[in-house]
Design a binder for this molecule. Sequence first.
Ligand code: GLY
Length: 263
Amino acid sequence: MRSFTFSHAITRRPSASIIAGLRAVDTGTPDLALMQAHHADYVAALRSTGAEVVELGALETFPDSVFVEDTALCLPEGAVVMRPGAPTRLGEAAEMAPHLQRLYGSVKQIAGAEAFIEGGDILTTETEILVGRSARTNAAGVAELTALVADWGHRVREVFTPPGVLHFKTDCSLLDGETILSTKRLDASGCFAGYKVIHVAEGEEACANTIRFNNLVIMPAGFPRTRDVLDAAGYSVCEIGNSECAKLDGGMSCLSLRFTPKA
Ligand code: GLY
């Protein structure tokens, strides 16, 4: 299953500048040492599935650069470098491009001056690519991505990230070829018609951002009712501390690019 079976991941170590990372609400300063420990656990979980993990060094110039997912969309045929809608994050994409070029034959670029799009707003399933318009991703960004990936035979469907929610995937994750984990508020928009949907438990909306990575569902620690639902549904759940990234509205998907380049 190409949407959750991966040979590679790219991560970037958190930088000391993470204390200046963007956040919707200030809930405290992230503790770098604790974030580094959680990050090491996360990378170990990815590696435990047999994937090769390319760990990039910290980038002090970009406080949010640990959240590499926003810089690119990785598909089997090639990668598309994004144009992040947060001005302080725009330069992160150019930092990622050479690493993708080393791993892929084909790397494209969102280039329109008015086009903005971040990877956190993109959910790739077996059959389509859902892109949620948000405060970071606009119609021009979705349109440009749609044209770029059509050449590789991929179909984009524009959807909408709920108001006040950072990214589309803040509120949902792919669990397998036909199943989505979602908050009730996002599912209520109707965007997952045709999929099987598992809702996160009431009050545990902050764990909707998980990742299915090979045999594992990697989710933030501290959400026992949703974990039990996923356990009971037969998923192999791996919990990773996320207290520090959560202060910056970050979760499990934000911390990696996951892909299998076509040979
Ligand atoms: N702090 C992550 C972001 O706002 O993009």
